[in-house]
Design a protein around this ligand. Structure first.
Ligand SMILES: Nc1ncnc2c1ncn2[C@@H]1O[C@H](COP(=O)(O)OP(=O)(O)OP(=O)(O)O)[C@@H](O)[C@H]1O
Ligand SMILES: [Mg+2]
Length: 305
């Protein structure tokens, strides 16, 4: 049994949080313990395309992702969120800059070396990405069957533990078509943590869900992160959700970080780009149009004007 499974045995999602240390009980002048860094992107830049079509998608991107914390990446469409995620999971290599996992520089790693690193990662994709022909049990068991030599009984027990964590034990026999959208996300989450990853990447975990289901997913992300000591990276458009779950929010605009800080700090930011994003305003420094070229100029060049 792994360390995380031992923790699970004592995990009760309904139990009260242990009382937090208050200013009155904390020893005076005790320095805040600094969380350890799980992953770092240092001065990462990436461009796509050639000549006129060349666009800088990430420019001097610097960020750290701390162990046991939830970091959310937010920003408008096309701001570079997925590109950051793809660098983190090794799907893209940076044009310049470095990527560290657990203090190890993985920038130059080949496919085989990356496969070893990826064993530390869990992924929850936007659509859930469950296999329709497989039962819930088979879907959650898949990473265990592919990446471990565990026997069938152990796999069944581990699947049960993971399903218990997401509140869906008893659904083993169901097929994805028999599940609601919220249940699919929870099963995808159970599969993402099947191998007890150190780090889980969530791509739009609450997209398309009703507010209660969003609340359920939010609680699961926080519980898993805190109780299993997982490092969570969440790409999301749901501001209320990001405010609830994040230790840190990174906001991107045109491939650059325009804000990095706590939910409280984002609320009080006076950066017009942050204010526009928080208020969901169509007018402001973040343009609605994707085009960099003025429409009038483009029509003039085409001899329309
Ligand atoms: N493989 C690629 N080839 C060329 N351009 C790309 C590639 N991947 C991303 N881009 C461009 O990089 C920019 C950022 O894309 P990215 O997918 O990271 O945005 P995003 O913030 O995830 O947006 P959304 O919220 O719409 O998912 C976009 O202009 C996109 O067209
Ligand atoms: Mg994206």
């Amino acid at each position: 049994m792994t360390e995380a499974d031992k923790n699970l045995m004592y995990f009760n999602p309904d139990e009260e949080e242990s009382p937090k240390q208050t200013a009155a009980t904390a020893p005076k002048d005790a320095p805040e313990p600094k969380p350890e860094i799980m992953m770092e992107l240092r001065d990462v830049s990436k461009a796509f395309g050639e000549g006129d079509q060349r666009i800088m998608v990430l420019e001097g991107f610097n960020a750290t992702f701390e162990k046991g914390q939830v970091t959310s990446i937010m920003g408008g469409s096309g701001s570079g969120k997925s590109t950051v995620l793809k660098h983190m999971i090794g799907a893209y290599k940076p044009d310049s800059g470095k990527i560290f996992v657990d203090g190890e520089d993985i920038t130059g790693f080949n496919q085989k070396q990356m496969d070893t690193v990826r064993k530390k990662f869990g992924f929850m994709f936007q659509s859930g990405a469950l296999f329709q022909s497989m039962s819930v049990e088979e879907n959650v068991a898949l990473p265990l069957r592919e990446h471990t030599d565990l026997n069938e009984t152990t796999i069944k027990i581990m699947v049960k533990l993971k399903l218990e964590m997401v509140g869906l034990r008893g659904c083993e026999h169901l097929k994805p078509a028999q599940l609601s959208g919220g249940m699919i996300k929870r099963i995808a989450l159970a599969r993402a943590i099947a191998l007890d990853p150190k780090m889980v990447f969530y791509d739009e975990p609450s997209a398309g869900l009703d507010p209660i289901s969003i609340g359920v997913i939010d609680k699961l992300i926080v519980d898993l992160t805190k109780k299993m000591g997982i490092t969570a990276v969440v790409v999301t458009h749901e501001l209320p959700s990001a405010m609830r779950i994040s230790d840190k929010i990174i906001m991107l605009f045109k491939g650059k970080i325009v804000f990095e800080g706590s939910p409280e700090e984002i609320r009080t930011s006076d950066d017009p780009r942050v204010i526009q994003f928080i208020n969901g305003s169509p007018d402001g420094p973040i343009p609605f149009s994707k085009s960099q070229v003025d429409l009038g100029e483009e029509l003039k060049q085409m001899n329309f004007l």
